[in-house]
Design a binder for this molecule. Sequence first.
Ligand SMILES: CC(C)(COP(=O)(O)OP(=O)(O)OC[C@H]1O[C@@H](n2cnc3c(N)ncnc32)[C@H](O)[C@@H]1OP(=O)(O)O)[C@@H](O)C(=O)NCCC(=O)NCCS
Length: 217
Amino acid sequence: MDLTIRLETPADHREAEEVTREAFWNHYSPGCNEHYLLHIMRGTASFVPELDLVAVTQDKIAGVSVCLTSYIDGDDGLRREVLSLGPIAVRPDLQRLGIGKRLIEHTRQAAAAAGYHAILLCGDPAYYSKVGFVPAERYGIRTAEDKYFAALHACPLYPGALDGAAGKYHEDAIYVVDAVKAREFDATFPHRERISGTPSQLRFIEVAAMQRKHEKP
Ligand SMILES: CC(C)(COP(=O)(O)OP(=O)(O)OC[C@H]1O[C@@H](n2cnc3c(N)ncnc32)[C@H](O)[C@@H]1OP(=O)(O)O)[C@@H](O)C(=O)NCCC(=O)NCCS
C-alpha cells in the first residue's frame, strides 16, 4: 500500500475526526467520544504538534495519532515528563494492515528525536504488546489512583529511560471528556446507531478490571 505519514494540517482536522469516529464508534461504549477529544485536544497546552500525525493513502486519511505531555509523580519525589499517546485510530476498512504500527513507530522516532524519554498509554495488552510497549508495572509505574493496571503500557525511547521512574502516572485531565459536549459535537456528524454489548465493549470491561492496588513495601 502506498502510505505516507505526515503532520496533520488544519485542512485535515475534520477528516481526521471522521476517521477517529469511524474507528472508535461502538468500540469501548455505545457511540464514542474520541473524535470530540481529538477536536478539543489540539488547542491545549500539553498537545504536541510535532507528534500530530496522519497516515494518508490515495489522498485520504487512513489513520490518526496524537500525543500529549503528561507526567509520572515518582516515588523518589521527582516529577518526570512523559508522553501520552492517543487517541490513535485507523479507518475500519484499513485495519490490520500495519498502519497503526507505522504511526506508532513514526511517533516513537519523532518523539526520541525531539528529546522525549518515554511514551505511556492505556490500551488493550493484546495490541500494545505487539507494537513495542511493555506493561508499565515492569517499571513500577501505576495509575494516578495508585493501582497496577494491565492496560497501562510504557515504551522507553532509549535504553534505561524509565529506570528509577516508579511512581504514579498522571494523564492530562482532558482525557476525561464532558459527555454532554461530546454528544453536541457528535450531532454535527451524520447519524449513526449506538449499540451496546459489542465484543470490543465486553473486552474493554474485561481489561478495565485488570487492576490491583499497589502495596507499599
Ligand atoms: C488499534 C488500531 C489503532 C490498530 O491499528 P491497525 O492498523 O489495525 O493495527 P496494525 O495493523 O498496525 O497491527 C499491528 C499488529 O497488531 C495486531 N492487532 C491489530 N489490532 C489488534 C487488536 N485489536 N488486538 C490484537 N492484535 C491486534 C495486528 O494483527 C498486527 O500483528 P502482527 O504484527 O503480528 O501482524 C486500530 O485497529 C483501531 O483504530 N482500532 C479502533 C480504535 C482503537 O482501539 N484505538 C486504540 C485505542 S487504545
